[in-house]
Design a protein around this ligand. Structure first.
Ligand code: FES
Ligand code: FE
Length: 432
């Protein structure tokens, strides 16, 4: 066996002049690759932590895993946001066992050390046998994640204290996060609850799939047949109108977007359940108000367009029917876990909110029209990689020759190549 670094260097074959792009299947199966991904990707890239609305009030907190690490995301009594490692400085227990709540501090369940909402150690049961110098020692406070930053309400962490700024990292994705943040006149909020599920597949397969226009007609054939049978006119509208394209946004980020082409319209789905005149009138009114606030062009992009935004390495914002924010992490080379939230305008009507939640559940939800189909395909790929030594390469060449053209088609695989180029340069140490 070659050392990992040798074959890794050759694991992505990017031969633009020949119109060929290939990825070696060992990158989906090797434990050594996952260990290196943790070190060179998850420990160095900005990772999505949550949305500011989840910790709107002083004392509010959520506890979740980010890049495999347990964290507490909270707002302290004075209103400052923090991200702490959810591990007691005493002997390691997770200090916070609730998924979310409001509290002025945290008490470790093991020996009862207590911490203020800004992470300071405030109490130790039976303190008298500790050396007096240890009181107030910052190494005994909850440990903060080295970097925490927000862009348009989306909060990210970085485990690398020397990382570049979040905005530089997000590069061209800033424009799209801004679009998503502008849907609501009074701002955006994450709705209570989330969807959690897992699959027996490599985490990178989900990133590939999340903006893959090429698979829709085959993988989701049942869904399209259902929609066509129920409302053929809506589907025809989709096929004819507007335009769709994919864009490389830099640093491994990419978007697959439509403008003027969506049958579901925005800011909520028109498909499920049937939309009705009242809904259309409300949608039109929303667009008029949005045009007054942001201009006609931006209102058209938000209300009549859609986008699947991929932020390297593991955040997807599906601004399609509902707005689904989903992030996922590897658990093993052949297993990932997903958590997804619905993002919504704060001020929307009860009718719109109802439509949104149905869309959130019924399309990209874990038992929705789309996700079970997708998960099955990802698991089939992972199972197919058992043939790896005989069938070594994945092909992602669709559209390589048009890549620098005016508007690569939505069915192209440009967004995956953007991911893999970044992945490869981080894994081989060519970038950091
Ligand atoms: Fe937390 Fe001991 S592990 S108080
Ligand atoms: Fe799909």
């Amino acid at each position: 066996d070659q050392p990992a670094s040798d074959w890794l260097r050759d694991s992505v074959r990017d031969e633009k002049s020949r119109g060929v792009f290939r990825v070696h299947r060992r990158v989906f199966t090797e434990p050594g690759v996952l260990a290196l991904e943790r070190e060179r990707i998850f420990d160095r890239c900005w990772l999505y932590l949550g949305h500011v609305s989840e910790v709107a009030e002083p004392g509010s907190f959520v506890a979740r895993k980010v890049g495999g690490r347990p964290l507490i995301f909270n707002r302290d009594r004075s209103g400052a946001m923090h991200a702490f490692f959810n591990s007691c400085p005493h002997r390691g227990a997770m200090v916070c066992r609730e998924r979310q709540g409001r509290s002025n501090g945290f008490v470790c369940p093991y020996h009862g050390w207590s911490f203020a909402s800004d992470g300071r150690l405030t109490g130790q049961p039976l303190p008298e046998s500790y050396a007096p110098d240890l009181r107030g020692d910052p190494s005994l406070n909850l440990h903060e994640v080295p970097k925490l930053a927000e862009f348009r309400g989306f909060v990210f962490v970085n485990f690398d204290g020397a990382a570049d700024s979040l905005e530089n990292y997000l590069a061209g994705a800033c424009e799209y996060l801004e679009i998503v943040s502008q849907h609501g006149e009074a701002g955006m909020e994450i709705l209570p609850g989330s969807q959690s599920y897992g699959a027996r597949a490599n985490w990178k397969l989900l990133q590939e799939n999340s903006a893959d226009g090429y698979h829709a007609n085959t993988t989701h054939a049942t869904y399209f047949a259902y929609v066509k049978a129920r409302d053929g006119a809506v589907l025809n509208n989709y096929v004819r109108g507007g335009f769709g394209r994919v864009r490389d946004l830099g640093n491994g980020h990419a978007v697959s977007e439509s403008v003027g082409a969506t049958p579901w319209g925005r800011p909520v789905a028109r498909w499920i359940p049937p939309w009705g005149e009242a809904g259309k009138a409300e949608c039109d009114a929303i667009q008029r108000r949005m045009a007054a606030r942001l201009g006609e062009e931006r209102a058209e992009i938000i209300c009549k367009g859609d986008r699947n935004l991929l932020i390297f390495p593991n955040l997807v914002v599906n601004d399609i029917m509902a707005v689904t924010v989903r992030t996922f992490s590897p658990v093993a080379p052949d297993r990932f876990e997903v958590e997804a939230w619905a993002l919504a305008p704060k001020d929307e009507s009860a009718f719109m909110r109802d439509m949104r939640l149905r869309s959130f559940l019924e399309f990209l939800g874990p038992a929705g029209f789309a996700t079970p189909d997708d998960v099955e395909m990802l698991e089939l790929c992972q199972q197919g990689y058992a043939a790896c030594s005989a069938v070594e390469w994945n092909d992602l060449s669709r559209g390589v020759l048009d890549e620098d053209g005016p508007a690569p088609a939505k069915q192209d695989e440009l967004q995956m190549r953007a991911f893999w180029r970044r992945w490869h340069s981080l894994m081989t140490g060519a970038a950091r």
